[in-house]
Design a protein around this ligand. Structure first.
Ligand SMILES: Cc1ncc(COP(=O)(O)O)c(C=O)c1O
Length: 413
């Protein structure tokens, strides 16, 4: 049973106390809130303040935001405050002040991705968004779905459902790894489109390699041929600025709990107005409102937390975040290239790059490297393909962190 003493200590985590070893949190200084970011006079100071806002202990090196991102304190506080407020008068709050705040988050998401509010659904994650499309897209038997061999299972499951229920056919393209240029990528996709191709589903940022798909160029082809273009955006928002109109996509599904650093089980789905008649999941049948007859009761606290994460990202600015993450990624890439016994599988071309670097160790199992790094409290992602390891360089990762990672990695190869 939790003792009163432990409870007070646990409460202190959210109350801004420091050094709470009994919770296994190490030496954490977390006095900062979102407004403290304003105190930073240089970018370096800003990134340090950002790091201090995370509950990740100072001595843990977290390089796996691509799986789940650590929420900054202001987001955790927003969730916690909303949860507590809800419990003071559940019905009145849920369909009153908190419900209104939750609905405002749709507008924040819409602005964040340059969409209209009636094109945005709040979901639980990317997989849910893509499944909503898979369950209701109007395809006919024999219609071809084009995708790549290197998609995430969360994106593929909706496609497989279309095969089972509509008789559609999937064709998976093998993309060069690493891809050399946007032109090469666009050509590979363009020349594989046939008269039967009705639906093209691609990751905006590839989960294995971190390659940024040149959607704007691809959408010129799909729009001319009347092909539905859908983005699996799990890895992109919070890492690079998103403008769904410029990307030219019909739909864009994403998660709030990765690079956006939002609460876990948050996400969104963009459905372009003109595409909406093609895809009408029950989930949206009574409107796109965050709470509706067809969505039922929602988790107001986490959805409000997603809004808080967007406020936090906007306060820093997505351009600054993209610049910083690319800088750290480039540094990581340069240092990895000095090592022997690995193959970098992320693209070199800047136009295809973002704050993700992946590599395949040549003589060792990726799992063994992961375990050895974990011993040193360095957390990386083991990829299910390519015997790969993925490094996520969000804005709280410093060059010194990359040095620590490289030093630990070098003898393992
Ligand atoms: C490209 C891609 N799509 C989908 C997913 C699934 O995300 P979620 O579990 O948030 O639905 C991931 C998760 O890593 C991903 O990288």
């Amino acid at each position: 049973m939790t003792s009163r003493r432990q409870f007070i200590k646990a409460a202190g985590v959210l109350g801004g106390m420091t050094a709470i070893p009994s919770l296994g949190l190490g030496n954490i200084s977390r006095q900062n809130t979102a407004s403290d970011l304003k105190a930073a006079t240089t970018d370096d100071e800003l990134f340090k303040l950002v790091r201090q806002q995370l509950l990740i202990p100072e001595d843990r090196l977290y390089l796996n935001t691509g799986s789940l991102g650590p929420s900054p304190r202001s987001v955790i506080d927003a969730v916690s405050a909303a949860m507590k407020q809800l419990e003071t008068n559940p019905v009145a709050e849920n369909w009153g002040p908190l419900g209104n705040q939750m609905e405002e988050v749709r507008k924040k998401v819409a602005d964040f991705i340059h969409a209209d509010v009636d094109e945005v659904l709040i979901t639980r994650n990317t997989t849910e968004g893509l499944n909503l499309i898979g369950q209701s897209l109007k395809l006919n038997a024999g219609d071809e779905i084009l995708t790549t061999t290197d998609e995430h299972g969360g994106g593929e499951v909706g496609l497989e459902f279309l095969v089972q229920t509509r008789g559609a056919v999937i064709r998976k393209l093998e993309m060069p790894i690493p891809s050399q240029s946007p032109e090469e990528v666009v050509q590979t996709i363009g020349k594989n489109i046939t008269l039967k191709t009705k639906y093209l589903m691609l990751s905006h940022i590839n989960t294995s390699t971190g390659m940024v798909m040149p959607f704007a160029e691809i959408s010129r082809i799909t729009q001319a041929k009347g092909i539905f273009l859908v983005a699996d955006g799990a890895q992109a928002p919070g890492l690079i600025p998103i403008n769904v109109k410029n990307l030219g996509v019909d739909a864009y599904a994403a998660s709030g709990h990765k690079w956006m650093l939002g609460p876990k089980e948050t996400g969104f789905l963009y459905l372009r107005k003109g595409f909406q008649p093609q895809v009408q999941p029950v989930f949206s049948s009574s409107g796109f409102g965050t709470y509706s007859k067809s969505s039922g009761t929602r988790n107001v606290a986490t959805i409000i937390g997603l809004g808080s994460a967007i406020d936090w990202l906007n306060q820093i600015g997505m351009e600054k975040i993209e610049k910083r993450t690319i800088e750290i990624r480039n540094y990581c890439m340069t240092e990895l290239k000095k090592l022997h016994g690995l193959k970098i599988i992320s693209p070199d071309a800047q136009a295809l790059s973002c704050g993700i670097v992946s590599f395949s160790p040549e003589k060792t199992k990726n799992k063994n490297i992961y375990l050895a790094l974990k011993e040193k409290d360095i957390i990386v992602k083991v990829l299910t393909k390519h015997n790969g390891i993925r490094i996520s360089c969000h804005l709280f990762v410093s060059k010194a962190d990359i040095d620590r990672f490289i030093t630990a990695l070098s003898p393992l190869l």
